[in-house]
Design a protein around this ligand. Sequence first.
Ligand code: CO8
Length: 266
Amino acid sequence: EPSLSESVKLHRLSDSDSGIIEVTLDRPEAKNAIGNDMLGGLRHAFEAIDTDSSAHVVLISSSVPKVFCAGADLKERKKMTASEVHSYVNHLRSTFSLIEELQIPTIAVIEGAALGGGLEMALSCDLRICEENAFLGLPETGLAIIPGAGGTQRLPRLVGKSIAKELIFTGRRIGGRDAISMGLVNYCVPAGEAYPKALEIAREINQKGPIAIRMAKRAINEGLERDIASAFDLEEECYERILNTKDRLEGLAAFAEKRKPRYTGE
Ligand code: CO8
C-alpha cells in the first residue's frame, strides 16, 4: 500500500479480513507526537477510508512500543507563530471529527501512553481497547492550555461530567484498570493482548451486514445529539435505508438455509 506520510501507515488485512483496515502511527523518534506530517497523513488515510465501500472497520494502532500517541508535537508547537498554532489546532479538530464521523466503526488499540491529543484521538474512535500498563490522560492544564481537540466535550459525554472534570483539572495520568472502571475503555487486557482483542472484535463486526453497521453507527451518533422524538425518527430513517438492501434478503435466506450469510454491501 502507498505510504501516505512518513509517520502514518495504511494497511488492509487479507483474505476474509480484507474489510479490516489498519491505520498505524509510526513516528518512534517522537513517541507518535502529532506533527504536521502525521496530521496530513491521518487526514489522507481517513479520507481514503471513507470513500472505500469495501472498508468495514478500522483499527488505529501504533508501531511504537509502550506508546499509543504522545499528543500534539510540542517541539513543532514551540516554533509556531500564533496564527500557525491556530491553524494547526483547527486541522487537528477537523481531523478528529473526520475520524468520529467516519461511516464505519473505528477501534483504538492502546498499548501504552495516550496523552493529550493522543487520548483525544482515541476518544474520537467508537471503541477503545487498552492494556493494563497503558496510561491515559489529558495533561493540557499543566501546560497552561485546555484540551482543544474535542477532549472537553467527548470525555464528559463518555465518562460523565464529574470524572471528566477531575481528569482535566488535575491532568492526572490514569492506568488501564482505572480507565476500564471509569468506562473510558471497552476492555483492559494484559500486555500484548490489546491487538488480538481488537482484531477479534473487528472480525465480529466485519462479518455483519456492512450497510447495517453504517446505519447503526449513524443512528447512535446522530441520535444522541437529538431530542428523543426526533432520535426515533432518525432510527426509522436508518431502518428504512436497510429495508431495500440485497443483504437483508441474504440474511433471511442464510437463516432459513442454516448457513453463514455472504454479504456484499448492497
Ligand atoms: N511532542 C514532541 N516530542 C515529544 C512528545 C511530544 N508530545 N512526547 C515525547 N516527545 C519526544 C521527547 O521529547 C523525546 O525526544 P528527544 O529524544 O529528542 O529528547 C522523545 O520523544 C522520547 O521521549 P521520552 O524520552 O520522554 O520517552 P519516554 O518513553 O520516557 O516517555 C512519554 C514517553 C510518556 C510519551 C513522554 O514522552 C511524555 O510524557 N510526553 C509528553 C506527553 C504530553 O504532555 N502530551 C500532551 C501534549 S499537549 C496536547 O496534546 C494538546 C492537544 C490539543 C491541542 C489544543 C491546544 C489549544
